[in-house]
Design a protein around this ligand. Structure first.
Ligand code: ZN
Length: 263
């Protein structure tokens, strides 16, 4: 927070509004990616239209979050229901960006973290639906990692070790389980994220992801009463995002415990 409040209260409000609105805008682009990437459609060319009747949306039907609310979640032409996933992704992205802003303040690194969070929203929704993580999305996070390494090059080994710290053990699990326990997409995701966050952080993200995954999966299996295959990606992404927000204090806390135990 101290990183942010040097710009004054009115400055914080102004920056928050800008980040929130831009987050909504990028959120609506994420919806396009979520819909079109699994279909291998072009994400840029075609104009947005109603999935049911083909009605081409005009500018006032494309305002993130607000159009959905004003239209009551329905297409204006054919009254077909528009999934609540659209406004949720938009709002989720805007809130994810705001949280990064409030924790980290105005530093260059928040651009990388916000882009990573957005990419992970797309990964999570697609993985939940199709049980696959698209390689291009992992490469995108890998590029963010390469930028991080370049900007913080004096600690290059921290990121380079991070790239392999979790991805190699995951790769071994994939090979032994013949892709039943997890997929190659999870391996590439953790390699890319390791490069972005470094080895201590990617280990923490994995621990949080596994704990969240097992707890939530057990609850979901109890509710749905069927043994469904686990999409690991969304839980890993949740662990990664929580590590981006709270990783530094958590790591300082337990390394403090370790060093005092050794003394
Ligand atoms: Zn329609």
């Amino acid at each position: 927070m101290d990183n942010l409040f040097w710009i004054g209260t009115s400055g914080v409000i102004a920056v928050s509004i800008i980040v929130f609105l831009f987050g909504l805008l990028i959120g609506s682009f994420l919806n396009v990616c979520i819909y079109r990437i699994p279909l291998k459609e072009d994400i840029a060319v075609e104009r947005s239209h109603c999935m049911k009747c083909g009605h081409v949306l005009s500018w006032y039907e494309l305002i993130p979050l607000f159009s959905w609310i004003i239209q009551g979640g329905k297409c204006r032409a054919c009254k077909a229901k528009i999934s609540i996933q659209y406004p949720l992704v938009e709002l989720g992205n805007a809130l994810a960006w705001l949280a990064v802003l409030y924790i980290w303040g105005l530093q260059w690194v928040i651009i990388l973290y916000c882009l990573c969070a957005s990419c992970m929203i797309v990964i999570s929704v697609i993985d939940e639906r199709t049980k696959e993580i698209n390689l291009a999305l992992n490469i995108f996070i890998g590029v963010l990692g390469a930028v991080r390494l370049a900007l913080d090059y004096t600690h290059w080994y921290y990121y380079l070790i991070g790239m392999f710290a979790v991805s190699i053990p995951f790769l071994i699990i994939v090979l032994i389980s013949k892709e039943r326990a997890m997929g190659l997409g999870d391996v590439y995701l953790m390699a890319a994220v390791g490069l972005l966050l470094g080895w201590k952080h990617v280990l923490l993200a994995t621990v949080i992801g596994c704990v969240l995954g097992s707890i939530i999966h057990i609850i979901r299996m109890k509710i749905s009463k069927k043994g469904s295959q686990l999409a690991f990606g969304p839980y890993l992404c949740a662990g990664i995002y929580l590590t981006i927000l709270f990783g530094n204090p958590i790591i300082e806390w337990y390394t403090g415990i370790l060093t005092s135990a050794i003394k």
